[in-house]
Design a protein around this ligand. Structure first.
Ligand code: FO1
Length: 308
């Protein structure tokens, strides 16, 4: 059994490669839910859906989220009623959110809902999508223009405001969803996907017992830096890290995980950071982490599996 932690476009790309090279072995994926948002009465869990869409081969590859060939006519129609339309929910994608909302309103947990959506998209049973917690949590960003939900900062405000703080609301009351701790304890390897360390991996690490389980597990723990040449390929990792007063580097990402990490994977372009990471007592793997297609993410996954 291999367990992965992640959220966002980079994680989904890596998981596509990983799942293609591990064949029948179980892959448990603990997914960030801090990005979840309720808009116009619909419950949206972007990181869970992005992983399911990518692994079932229906993702819009160009955007990295949403469904291939989707249209946005219902969104345009919402404008008539003066409702929020800045978050681009497609006409096909909306069915997933209607289904999630209906299940939530009938009392199903996030874990049960993720499992039903995975089944509906035909994901194999040895790929288990585990929302990090069944409690509602939300990532909020304090900026020079006020406090806003992470999606508002990312999508509506296009990462323009300056970040001062990141808060995961309700995280103190979030318990790990069923199987999360066991998946870390019993895995032969735990892989932290190339995801934003602040708003994708960070919230998972803050769920009660997760960090402790990572420290005590016998599993080999490997993290892939989301930075290439010191910048993220997509998303606000650099803005968030610098806003929080952190150096923007793969070495800094390693520093955030070094109390439980065994190996840090960094891109060829960041090979000069090798020494700084070794000095933390960690092993390093320098590899091509730019996953421009499925073959490249499978190659990266294979070289990581060779470490185990
Ligand atoms: N990302 C965007 O940049 N713009 C959008 O309008 C947008 C809509 C959207 C709808 C459903 C969904 O599942 C994801 C969506 N995303 C959008 C992606 C999402 O904001 C991010 O990938 C993650 O939250 C980052 O971890």
């Amino acid at each position: 059994m291999i367990t992965a932690l992640g959220g966002g476009v980079g994680a989904a790309k890596f998981l596509e490669g990983l799942s293609s090279v591990i064949e029948t072995e179980t892959l448990n994926i603990i997914v960030n839910t801090g990005d979840d948002i309720c808009l116009n009465g619909l419950y949206i869990s972007p990181d869970v859906d992005t992983v399911i869409y990518r692994l079932s081969g229906v993702i819009d590859k160009k955007k990295g989220w949403g469904l291939e060939g989707d249209t946005f006519i219902s969104l345009e129609s919402l404008e008539r009623f003066g409702l929020d339309t800045w978050f681009n929910i497609g006409d096909k994608d909306i069915a997933t959110h209607l289904y999630r909302t209906r299940l939530r309103n009938s009392g199903f947990t996030a874990t049960e809902i993720a499992s039903k959506i995975s089944d509906a998209f035909g994901l194999s049973r040895n790929l288990k999508i585990m929302p990090m917690t069944d409690q509602d949590v939300e990532t909020w960003i304090q900026t020079n223009e006020g406090e806003m939900h992470f999606q508002e900062y990312l999508v509506k405000r296009r990462m323009k405001p300056e970040v001062c703080r990141v808060t995961i609301r309700n995280i103190d009351h979030a318990s790990p969803s069923p199987g999360v701790i066991e998946s870390i304890e019993k895995a032969r390897a735990v892989i932290l996907c190339p995801s934003n360390p602040i708003i994708s991996i960070g919230p998972i690490l803050q769920v009660k017992g997760v960090r402790e389980a990572l420290k005590t597990t016998q599993a080999e723990i490997i993290a892939i830096s989301p930075l290439v040449g010191g910048v993220p390929l997509k998303g606000p990792a650099d803005r968030l890290m610098s806003g929080l007063g952190l150096e923007v580097s793969s070495a800094q990402v390693a520093r955030l995980y070094c109390d439980f990490l065994d190996t840090m994977v960094i891109d060829l372009e960041d090979a000069h950071e090798n020494q700084a990471i070794s000095d933390m007592g960690l092993k390093t793997l320098v590899a091509d982490t730019v996953m421009s297609d499925k073959k490249k993410s499978a190659t990266l996954a294979s070289s990581i599996l060779e470490l185990i």
